[in-house]
Write a protein that binds this ligand. Structure first.
Ligand SMILES: Nc1ccn([C@@H]2O[C@H](COP(=O)(O)OP(=O)(O)OP(=O)(O)O)[C@@H](O)[C@H]2O)c(=O)n1
Ligand SMILES: C[C@](O)(CO)[C@H](O)COP(=O)(O)O
Length: 234
């Protein structure tokens, strides 16, 4: 059976967080956000290997976190690129021979639940590609440059897409190569796979799987961590 690899992308600067420190290295309860994320995958027996993609020059810093928290599944730390897509691609190329399935995950989503991660991977094994997502709760409008509403998509078909996103490694590498050749840059990996005509299934996850993005997400992240601890200790 092929191996399951995980690419954790941690090469962003976190400009929307407006901190001096890149947001993946901010501490929550004594551990960096990156370490919380890596521990989730370290503890999943189904995961064989983790590649971390760090900002250029931050490789040693990543290794410090990996060693301090005994994340033994990390095989390599490679440096990222200009956009998230370029960082993912570098990570994919660094996976070991024998890896057939891959989960791509944002370092700044430390609250993905093991059961949801595995459900996403199992769906991808069945269907080829799958992403975690939640139905949107608000009414979403398409707004024009002039600030007026252009249209209102039917909410029943709108989902907020998260990570992890799960793929056959060969298909995802092909999708990345074709996107690069066409100078297409997408905000997630599913977009690249969709544009080469593959179907991507959606697996319902949890609203707790937030992407820590702006300052108001930090107290929420602390609260989510307390909540998770409480659930696990009962
Ligand atoms: N060139 C990039 C850009 C983003 N990421 C990673 O992609 C994930 C999701 O991106 P986002 O939340 O947008 O992070 P940043 O790009 O760091 O944030 P911002 O857009 O606010 O600068 C993060 O784990 C981030 O580190 C990356 O590896 N390489
Ligand atoms: C991949 C992602 O987390 C799915 O929601 C998201 O698209 C990343 O986008 P960002 O612009 O890098 O925050």
């Amino acid at each position: 059976m092929g191996k399951l690899g995980v690419v954790v992308v941690a090469a962003g600067r976190g400009t929307r967080m407006r901190t001096a420190e890149s947001k993946q290295y901010l501490m929550i309860e004594g551990k960096t956000i990156l370490a919380h994320t890596l521990e989730t995958f370290q503890h999943l027996p189904e995961v064989d290997e983790i590649v971390v993609v760090s900002g250029q020059g931050d490789e040693e810093r990543c290794w410090d976190d990996v060693r301090r928290h005994d994340i033994t599944k990390v095989s390599r730390v490679v440096s990222g690129g200009k956009e998230r897509q370029h960082s993912v691609y570098n990570g994919l190329l660094a996976l070991s021979e024998g890896v057939e399935d891959v989960l791509v995950h944002d370092a700044v989503r430390p609250f993905a639940e093991p059961e949801h991660i595995l459900a996403c991977w199992r769906k991808a094994c069945e269907a080829g590609a799958a992403v975690l997502a939640v139905p949107v709760k608000d009414t979403i409008k398409v707004v024009g440059e002039d600030g007026t509403i252009q249209s209102t998509p039917n909410r029943r078909s709108l989902w907020a897409i998260q990570t992890p996103q799960a793929f056959r490694l060969s298909a995802l590498i092909r999708a990345h190569r074709e996107a690069e050749a066409a100078e297409f840059v997408g905000t997630d990996d599913a977009m690249l796979v969709e544009r080469i005509g593959m179907q991507v299934s959606v697996v319902e996850g949890s609203y707790d799987n937030i992407k820590i993005t702006t300052p108001e997400d930090l107290p929420l992240a602390e609260w989510l961590l307390h909540k998770r601890r409480g659930v696990r200790s009962t």
